[in-house]
Design a protein around this ligand. Structure first.
Ligand SMILES: [Zn+2]
Length: 172
């Protein structure tokens, strides 16, 4: 019963997050176009004002009040559109998947590692070129796909101080 209520809460959160995502995307999409249009208008007005003034001192206020913020608005609008328009499939998607991967890694780390699942002697691994022998579930080799099963009689490898694998059989 506890598990069921947790599951429904999780799906509620996911649906809510999806809705927020769509709303945010729509708002920033429109915001980008509005910023672009407003920036263009401000630039036109600014240059119109500048061209009507022959003295530099009189041109400066027009530049400061219209053209510069107008250019800033155009840049902001372009950034917004690039991020949510064409960029949604590449940059934003990559960032999102990176966040999801990070989340997955974090939640994986929170899971208790079943220490009794694997026979201790059968799952010792070592990184090629490394000097230490690890349990397969050692955090030091968790993110290393190149870590391979270590031969039990590998003598140059010393036991990792973090995961403390059983010492190789000293029978020979
Ligand atoms: Zn280790």
């Amino acid at each position: 019963m506890v598990a069921a209520s947790e599951a429904s809460e999780a799906s509620d959160v996911a649906a809510e997050r999806h809705g927020h995502e769509r709303l945010r995307r729509a708002v920033s999409d429109w915001g980008g176009w509005v910023a672009l249009a407003a920036g263009a208008v401000l630039c036109v007005l600014g240059w119109y004002g500048v061209s009507g003034q022959s003295l530099t001192e009189r041109q400066l206020p027009y530049l400061a009040s219209a053209t510069i913020p107008g250019a800033a608005l155009i840049v902001a609008g372009a950034v917004l559109l690039a991020r949510d328009g064409t960029g949604s499939g590449t940059a934003a998607g990559a960032a999102e998947s990176r966040v999801e991967e990070l989340y997955r890694l974090l939640t994986q780390d929170e899971e208790p590692v079943p220490t009794s699942a694997a026979p201790a002697s059968a799952h010792l691994v070592a990184v090629p070129g490394g000097t230490m022998l690890h349990r397969a579930d050692c955090p030091l080799v968790a993110g290393k796909p190149e870590a391979a099963e270590a031969p039990a009689d590998e003598e140059r490898l010393r036991p990792c101080p973090v995961c403390e694998p059983p010492a190789p059989e000293p029978e020979r």
